[in-house]
Design a protein around this ligand. Structure first.
Ligand code: AKG
Length: 268
């Protein structure tokens, strides 16, 4: 991973906040960032400098981290890989960029492949959909395990279970980020946000390597439907169709409240 403190200037940050305020739809946390292309270009340049890879922008998500939104991670811990890495066959990056922070205890943890090669070798292909559950949340999955592990990674495609403990892994951390800082990491690196007290509003902008293709394996469940409907192969059209066929337009109980908070906190 690569961390840059003060990646955005105050002016760039203000303009990005304004884009988020205008585009935020509380039904979905996927966000169209109209007007944010200078920031997107800056991130593409940064990925090229640090990782030596040419990438294209895919989409963005907005996160509001507060005690209520983090509640659902309490049982299973929140570790995950990003779903886009199962849609795309090739290297994908997550650009984690806080735009509002008023908490001292907030940040990100990443289990990087480069620092934990043996662990990832056990997991198999890390683009395959992975669910990570804790002993507290799924005790029955630990019955056969002789080890004193507290997590299990379930590869839903290959059907393999890998138990593990955080104490055996090298975990990279971003603690107390400031708005406008940037953390770049691969989407197949298992990660989670952590947070208590106050609020953090943050963007996760997704990028994919120029050479990447749409994943045509069965691990991408909508691929065949997309192909039948459009005959196309490009990643952006796939994402548009995926959005179109998604029927989940139910507003969360907190949805309208979250929209009001995001709007209020991001006013410059
Ligand atoms: O920042 C967070 O709390 C979660 C972010 C995350 O999971 C992501 O960017 O994929």
């Amino acid at each position: 991973m690569d961390y840059t403190s003060g990646f955005l200037s105050e002016l760039e940050l203000q303009s990005l906040r304004e884009c988020v305020r205008k585009s935020y739809d509380p039904v979905s946390n996927m966000i169209e960032l109209d007007g944010a292309s200078p920031v997107i270009e800056k991130i593409i340049d940064k990925i090229s400098t640090v990782f030596g890879l040419e990438t294209r922008y895919l989409t963005s998500y907005v996160f509001l981290a507060c005690d209520t939104t983090m509640e659902r991670f309490k049982v299973n811990g929140g570790w995950h890989t990003d779903a886009t890495c199962s849609t795309i066959d090739g290297t994908c990056f997550n650009a984690w960029l806080p735009i509002y922070v008023n908490s001292e205890n907030t940040g990100l943890e990443i289990i990087e492949k480069t620092n934990n090669p043996k662990f990832y070798a056990k997991l198999g292909d890390s683009t395959e959909p992975l669910a990570i559950l804790s002993k507290l949340g799924a005790p029955h999955l630990f019955n056969a395990s002789k080890e004193d592990h507290n997590y299990v990674a379930v590869n839903k495609y290959s059907g393999t279970l890998t138990t593990f403990s955080e104490r055996d892994l090298q975990i990279s951390r971003v603690d107390s980020p400031k708005p406008g800082d940037l953390c770049l990491f691969e989407q197949t690196d298992i990660h989670r946000g952590y947070h208590t007290d106050g609020m953090r509003i943050q963007l996760s902008l997704k990028f994919f390597c120029n050479k990447a293709k749409l994943n045509s394996k069965p691990t991408n469940p909508e691929y065949k439907l997309f192909k039948n409907l459009t005959g196309k192969e490009d990643i952006h059209s796939f994402l548009a169709i995926k959005k179109l066929i998604s029927t989940d337009r139910k507003l969360s109980k907190h949805g309208t409240l979250e929209a009001a908070i995001v709007d209020l906190l991001l006013r410059n």
